[in-house]
Design a protein around this ligand. Structure first.
Ligand code: MN
Length: 267
């Protein structure tokens, strides 16, 4: 029993723990949760209580938060998010968390607090004897050279340690100015630059010798079929949670080595 759920003023519908699971595996990314957009926080909470608590597993593939400053951030306005993680724990749903470019500072303390397991980018999983590669997706956007350079810098231990040593206010200011710069730069970059590079996609399928890739980041939900090295390959792109929720659900198929998948809106 998680007392934080019951003692909270936010009411959670606690389902019977023995309620049958739907068997689906859920994938989400790019929620960009922030106290500035309380409606999306509510929507995530609804998604957890209506869908994810019944699921076999939940995968969060990056940019769950608009930004993450560190565990000393009181994260005001995000309380409901943490309650949702408590609900998932209560229902024994394993939650896997991959970093995005916005929330790469999420660490082991966060994972302890939310009961989720941080997984590396990329991670290979197996669904019904089929290998599936999971990524956030930013590493596929190789045409965005400025971004790839920036990523190299901020992902070093040196940068992360320096950032962590600053006061919360200083960190808030840095993140605020990074977000402003990113907005301006994004608006100046062409559509092609902001999308995945096809060579990078082909290489990913070839290197990992697999036929399925799931990622987010580009905010261009879709299902792309290719033939690479005479093998069929499918790339599923998750949608963002700007105007509505976006989910990929995967169900086991009765036939071996396949599964049923569906990209859905969550409203
Ligand atoms: Mn991203």
């Amino acid at each position: 029993m998680y007392p934080s759920i019951q003692s909270s003023s936010i009411k959670y519908q606690l389902l019977n723990k023995t309620a049958p699971t739907s068997g689906e595996i859920l994938f989400i990314s790019d929620l960009h949760l922030s106290p500035d957009r309380p409606a999306i926080i509510k929507l995530f909470s609804q998604f957890v209580n209506q869908r994810a608590v019944h699921a076999q597993a939940l995968y969060i593939l990056g940019d769950f938060f608009e930004y993450w400053l560190g565990n000393d951030d009181p994260a005001e306005g995000l309380e409901e998010v943490f309650l949702a993680f408590d609900a998932l724990k209560y229902h024994n749903v394993p939650v896997y968390f991959m970093h995005g470019n916005r929330d790469f500072l999420v660490d082991s303390e966060f994972s302890k607090r939310t009961h989720c397991q941080i997984i590396p980018d990329p991670t290979k999983i197996n669904i019904n004897n089929t290998k599936v590669l999971l990524m956030h997706g930013d590493s596929l956007c190789t045409d965005d050279i400025d971004y790839q350079e920036f990523k190299k810098t901020v992902r070093t231990e040196k940068w992360k340690n320096e950032f962590a040593s600053k006061s919360l206010t200083e960190r808030q200011n840095i993140v605020h100015s990074l977000r402003e710069t990113s907005k301006t730069e994004t608006s100046q970059k062409s559509n092609e630059i902001m999308d995945v590079n096809q060579n990078a996609v082909n290489e990913t399928f070839t290197t990992h010798t697999l036929g399925w890739l799931i990622h987010g980041h580009t905010h261009r939900p879709g299902i792309h079929h290719y033939t690479i090295n005479n093998q069929s390959a499918t790339r599923i792109v998750l949608g963002d949670w700007h105007d509505h929720g976006s989910i990929l659900s995967i169900h086991n198929s009765p036939s071996e080595n396949s599964f049923i998948y569906k990209l859905e809106k969550f409203i």
